[in-house]
Design a protein around this ligand. Structure first.
Ligand code: ZN
Length: 54
C-alpha cells in the first residue's frame, strides 16, 4: 500500500513534473503527506507554502 511512497523517495520522481531526479527535497503538502520536489519545482512548492521536511 505504501509502495508508491517508497518508490517516490528511493526511485526519485518529482511529485509535480514527474521527472526523474536525484536532486530533490522533501516537503509536506497541505494534507501533511510527504512529497518529493525536484529542483525545478522547489519554487512552486515554496509558493504553495509547503513545509520543508527534515
Ligand atoms: Zn519537478
Amino acid at each position: 500500500m505504501l509502495d508508491w511512497l517508497r518508490k517516490l523517495f528511493s526511485g526519485g520522481t518529482c511529485t509535480f513534473c514527474k521527472r526523474k531526479t536525484n536532486e530533490k527535497r522533501r516537503y509536506l503538502n497541505d494534507k501533511g503527506k510527504p512529497i518529493a520536489v525536484c529542483t525545478y519545482c522547489i519554487e512552486y512548492a515554496e509558493r504553495r507554502a509547503y513545509r520543508r521536511k527534515r
